[in-house]
Design a protein around this ligand. Structure first.
Ligand code: UDP
Ligand code: MG
Length: 308
């Protein structure tokens, strides 16, 4: 029997890109000895995405969709799509053709013939991207390398082909604040990496604002490391040692040289510096508490409004 590939595609306002994506990907899949299903996840789109999907499901029995009651974010879309996928192999792809379907045959060969559990992809260039965004992306990967407990590969995409066992492992990670770039390496298994040059979107615009990316980066660091907490504790200890040294120095100067305590400027500097440090540390603790709060509420990751 030929194996089935499930293609999971999170979509947010992708009315133009979806038909092009479907045609391109089907072309590649038809050249392989596999059957396939497409699972599009409409993440609360405000354009015509849902109608486009409904039309495609009527024309093509390999196309299925889930539609969320509102925008829950790409991570929720991924989880929903993976939960619905029944294939032997599952791939996760963006709707804008920035994840080249032409790589799928090689990725499948890595799993079927070379014994890998997952074929993952990374971009090695960032052309077609605003330089300021590339700069912050690089900073993010540096920070992740420094802080994170799991290896997060620079330029790693969510575009992956995985075995059902790998997919089940990803789904068994139950946290609400999901950060796939960390969850994928966290589950382990044998992964083969494929590199490619950045490709421009086929249609539409990016759904990520700088602010959304910034929050996503914070999610990643908080979700996969407790080092910021250790860092704030260390900063506390160091400032305590500094303060003790200063106390001894000032007391000694008073006793041996009888100096009156000069100036208030240095005092103001110290007070502002240490109150800043305290607020910063409190903020770090606050971020972790916010995550605990979100996790304990156990709200569903998404709500489905329509399914086919
Ligand atoms: N996406 C989504 N929900 C969102 C934002 C994005 O499902 O809230 C989807 C989007 O439709 C696309 C994929 O996630 O298929 C990647 O988004 P995008 O191409 O905008 O990101 P970029 O490639 O610019 O990082
Ligand atoms: Mg994209």
């Amino acid at each position: 029997m030929v194996p089935t590939i499930s293609v999971v595609v999170p979509c947010f306002n992708e009315e133009e890109a979806i038909p092009i994506f479907l045609a391109e990907t089907q072309k590649v899949l038809n050249s392989l000895n596999v059957s396939y299903e497409f699972i599009f996840v409409d993440d609360g789109s405000t354009d015509n995405t849902l109608n486009v999907l409904a039309e495609l499901t009527q024309k093509d029995s390999s196309v299925h969709y889930l539609s969320f009651s509102r925008n829950f974010g790409k991570e929720a879309g991924l989880y929903a799509g993976l939960s619905k996928a029944i294939g032997d192999y599952i791939t996760v792809m963006d709707a804008d053709l920035q994840d080249p379907p032409a790589l799928l045959p090689e990725m499948l060969a890595a799993i079927q013939q070379e014994g890998y559990d997952c074929a993952a992809t990374r971009r090695v260039t960032r052309k077609n991207e605003p330089p300021i965004r590339s700069f912050f992306a690089r900073m993010f990967y540096k920070l992740m390398g420094l802080f994170s407990d799991v290896p997060v590969v620079d330029g790693a995409r969510d575009f992956r082909l995985m075995t059902r066992c790998y997919k089940d492992a990803v789904l068994s990670v139950m946290e609400r604040c999901r950060f796939s770039k960390g969850i994928f390496p966290w589950v382990g298994f044998k992964t083969k990496w494929f590199s490619y040059e950045n490709i421009a979107r086929v249609a539409g615009t990016t759904k990520w604002s700088f602010w959304k990316l910034f929050l996503y980066a914070i999610d990643g660091i908080i979700g996969f490391s407790t080092k910021p907490l250790a860092f704030s504790a260390m900063a506390g200890v160091l400032s305590l040692i500094l303060a003790l040294g200063l106390i001894i120095f000032i007391a000694a100067r008073r006793i041996f040289f009888g100096d009156p305590v000069p100036g208030w400027a240095s005092l103001v500097c110290f007070i502002t510096f240490f109150s800043g440090l305290q607020l910063f540390s409190l903020g770090i603790c606050g971020l972790y508490i916010a995550k605990i709060y979100t996790e304990v509420k156990k709200r569903p990751l998404y709500i489905i409004r329509a399914e086919k």
